[in-house]
Design a protein around this ligand. Structure first.
Ligand SMILES: Cc1ncc(COP(=O)(O)O)c(C=O)c1O
Length: 429
């Protein structure tokens, strides 16, 4: 028996069944460099998923490693009871980057916690527990984020601290409005929002939480400008917009630094996590001071933005900006998308190629006419990609979307290599 199978047995014995691992024979990744990872049997893979979009710049960047090592040797943790200069500096930088005027930042450890904090702020500020969310969304695993996740496979509980209503907009491929022009689609979604506000709420809704591009939902999104029209309607009621940038932030979409910028708006609250720490556990909420300071009681996050993660995140952002990785995401993402579109001309089972920058997906169907989700073929694609030394991700409401979101430093040669491999992978299913 190979070492990975023994490890899998041990895994199954002590870790929960509901936290899935990829592949019939799961792999254990033990070392990495740049965009490449190696498993326990020293098999090499080109990583096109970056640990779910979390290795944002690259593995083992010397500048980031040096910052972490330096801080670890000095002091890992102090708690937020004391001033932390690196945390303050990181907050200053993120507040400045956010586009929110007079912004403040609260640091936590994950995307779920960031969205929890944002929902608590919005509901406290608006003194309402009514919340809107997008169909097909994913906002986390916690008790307050599952209720705003419009994706039943990720909803282990129906309990909720909120009264939640879901609106249309982010998933167009099977939307009842999907065949409309961009303009008519946006209008239909805003009419749907308007209708929900009238028939399903008492009017004083706290917020809408939305991903500019669905992450787990399969890199689907509405037309640019959708959230402008939605926000115009929300503003009429004083409803806050929370932009969940856990997957779309930091330039990954290529055209913009934040996903919300494609809509020519500034949200009231932004949440972030994943890529900012490049693997260090860091998330956060950004809001204007009047919203951020609205709590009447105290609240802390013990680990949130501790000296180790703050130093690591700053070094990560240094690399992101120094190497113009947003520009690279646009250029390399363009090449990857063109390659995927070429493949989709060949294979009728690729229902749609979509996404932006280095967040790209193919929805896998039996054929383009019926659009019937093909989960079996999707699983096979994932397995075959692994056999060809390529790690890709999966997602979508029906589990039939393959996703690619490599570290944003991926090179032109590596994109060609990925496409060469994908060519073979798609040919075998
Ligand atoms: C858009 C979005 N929000 C929130 C989360 C939750 O983040 P975490 O798993 O760090 O709690 C995720 C995780 O995939 C996500 O994709």
């Amino acid at each position: 028996m190979r070492a990975n199978n023994i490890l899998y047995d041990r895994h199954k014995a002590v870790l929960p069944n509901w936290a899935p691992v990829y592949y019939e024979e799961p792999i254990s990744l033990v070392r990495a460099q740049g965009r490449r990872v190696w498993d326990q049997n020293d098999v090499e893979y080109l990583d096109m998923f970056g640990g779910i979009l979390t290795t944002m710049t690259s593995y083992n960047d010397p500048h980031i490693v040096a910052a972490i090592q330096d801080q670890a040797a000095k002091m890992i943790h102090t708690s937020t009871l004391y001033l932390i200069e690196s945390q303050i500096e990181l907050a200053e930088r993120i507040a400045e980057m956010s586009g929110i005027p007079n912004a403040k930042v609260f640091f936590v450890n994950s995307g779920s916690e960031a969205n929890d904090a944002a929902l608590m702020l919005a509901t406290a500020y608006r003194r309402s527990n009514q919340v809107l969310a997008m169909r097909h969304s994913y906002h986390g695993r916690s008790f307050a984020t599952v209720p705003v996740t419009g994706h039943s496979s990720w909803s282990p509980s129906s309990l909720s601290p909120f009264n939640v209503n879901y609106i249309h907009g982010s998933y167009r491929y099977r939307s009842p409005f999907g065949d409309l022009s961009d303009r008519d689609y946006v209008k239909a979604c805003v009419d749907d929002l308007d209708n929900i506000l009238q028939v399903a709420t008492s009017g004083d809704v706290a917020c809408l939480i939305a991903e500019p591009i669905l992450g787990v939902g399969g890199f689907s999104h509405g037309p640019d400008g959708l959230f402008k029209d939605i926000k115009n309607r929300l503003d009429q009621e004083g409803i806050l917009l929370i932009s969940d940038e856990v997957q779309t932030g930091w330039g990954r979409t290529g055209d913009h630094f934040w996903g919300y910028q494609a809509h020519n708006i500034v949200p009231d609250i932004i949440t972030f996590a994943k890529g900012v720490g490049n693997g260090l556990p860091l998330g956060g909420v950004i809001a204007s001071a009047d919203i951020m300071d609205c709590f009447k009681s105290l609240s802390i996050s013990t680990f949130g933005g501790n000296p180790l993660v703050a130093r690591g995140a700053m070094a990560n952002l240094d690399v992101l900006i120094r190497d113009d990785l947003q520009g690279n995401a646009k250029a390399r993402g363009g090449e990857l998308k063109t390659g995927l579109q070429r493949l989709s001309e060949k294979y009728d089972y690729i229902g749609e190629v979509r996404g932006k920058g280095l967040a790209l997906a193919c929805e896998i169907v039996e054929d383009r006419k019926t659009k019937k989700p093909d989960q079996a073929r999707t699983a096979k694609l994932l397995e075959n990609a692994k056999s060809h030394g390529l790690l890709i991700g999966k997602g979508g409401f029906y589990g039939n979307v393959i996703r690619m979101a490599p570290p944003m430093s991926i090179t032109k040669e590596e994109i060609s290599e990925a496409l060469d491999k994908l060519e073979k992978v798609f040919a075998t299913v």
